[in-house]
Design a protein around this ligand. Structure first.
Ligand SMILES: NC(=O)c1ccc[n+]([C@@H]2O[C@H](COP(=O)([O-])OP(=O)(O)OC[C@H]3O[C@@H](n4cnc5c(N)ncnc54)[C@H](O)[C@@H]3O)[C@@H](O)[C@H]2O)c1
Length: 342
């Protein structure tokens, strides 16, 4: 590579701060511009991380010569941003959830494919250090053929202070958090064929569901995905995800505080995983922050190698089908056959 990849970040809100810090650790990229409709947010990002300031994405694309754009706005603007990027021949990495509707997601994938542009979704949970370890163990055959899984995210952490837009979302925890857990289940077991959802709203101030349980049926396994923003336990583990995987030769358990236990052919191994450090990371978010670095590193490695990222736009169409299908199952009270909405 003769020069760094020139990129812009659009949407300088809550989660984008992690993106910006992570990019600053990746030498192959250069932040040339930041954009937010809120001028104060854009200026603050520029003051800390550099780049020219824009409040209008169309103007940004008109004025700047970019290799890629990092879109960290919320879902309603994703299609417009990705289509703008494609129009200008710019590769895109876009935050999850990719879209609220399948048609929008398909349009984004088509727009990038038509121009041969790399397109990845910032689906970072599978890039968490403990999840990479679990995947390695599974692939090494440590527990034989997996037949049962549970991927769980339960907390009473006040998510609404930092992300007030979640309060009014008619679809909430399934598309906000279970989407990550579905992706983990796919990463561990492969694609589900059907799923069944039960969900509730516990907190009366919000519009959507804040507790959800989804039963996923794979070819040779069953996996429970469960998420809650109303779990008042005495051990606050936000924002950790717990995993149990049972196989014909053993069990993998990722519990609180990144405790990993592997039972493999009768031998028990316990380990307290240590999340790799970053100077900008802070408790309790360090596990997620490290995954942001890892996924952005993956994006740059794929750009350099010309390979398709793990969580490409195309791959994410299946994830979105599962996610929207989970709502379909909840609404109809029946099993959803994966692929019906695609
Ligand atoms: N992967 C994760 O772990 C994770 C965690 C939190 C949030 N997220 C996702 O990140 C996205 C952003 O969430 P957030 O909580 O940071 O939201 P936020 O509201 O704090 O930030 C979004 C920013 O986008 C800006 N914006 C909106 N429309 C714009 C437009 N047309 N042009 C330019 N800027 C525009 C807003 O002004 C705001 O500053 C969401 O899709 C959310 O689901 C992902």
């Amino acid at each position: 590579m003769t020069r760094p990849y020139r990129f812009a970040l659009i949407g300088c809100g809550f989660f984008a701060q992690n993106h910006l810090h992570a990019w600053s650790e990746i030498p192959e990229v250069e932040l040339v511009a930041v954009c937010d409709i809120d001028p104060q947010r854009a200026s603050a990002a520029s003051a800390s991380f550099g780049g020219r300031v824009y409040t209008n994405a169309a103007e940004l694309f008109r004025n700047e010569s970019l290799d890629f754009v990092d879109i960290a706005t919320t879902a309603p603007t994703h299609r417009m941003m990705v289509e703008l990027a494609a129009e200008h021949g710019v590769a895109a990495i876009c935050q999850k959830p990719l879209a609220w509707e399948m048609d929008d997601a398909k349009a984004m994938v088509s727009a990038c494919a038509a121009k041969g542009l790399p397109f990845m979704v910032h689906e970072n949970f599978r890039f968490q250090y403990p999840m990479r370890r679990i995947k390695e163990l599974l692939d090494s055959g440590a527990i034989g053929q997996p037949f049962f899984g549970r991927v769980s995210f339960r907390t009473a952490h006040d998510v609404y202070s930092a992300q007030p837009w979640l309060v009014d979302n008619e679809r909430m925890i399934i598309i906000d958090v279970a989407v990550h857990l579905f992706d983990l289940a796919r990463c561990f077991f492969g694609e589900p064929q059907t799923l069944f959802t039960d969900a509730l709203r516990v907190n009366p101030i919000i519009a959507g569901e804040d507790v959800a349980t989804v039963l996923m049926h794979m070819d040779k396994a069953t996996c429970i995905v469960d998420a809650s923003y109303e779990t008042r336990s005495d051990h606050n583990t936000y924002p950790q995800t717990f995993v149990t995987l049972e196989g014909t030769e053993g069990t993998i358990t990722l519990g609180p505080d990144y405790h990993l236990q592997v039972v493999s052919r009768g031998i028990v191994t316990d380990e307290d995983l240590v999340i790799p450090e970053h100077p900008w990371a802070s408790l309790p978010w360090n596990g997620i922050q490290d995954s942001v670095y890892n996924i952005q590193r993956h994006w740059v490695d794929c750009l350099a190698a010309g390979t398709t990222p793990e969580t490409s736009g195309l791959d994410t169409l299946t994830l979105l089908d599962i996610t929207l299908g989970a709502y379909e199952s909840f609404t109809t009270g029946s099993r959803y056959t994966v692929g019906s909405l695609s």
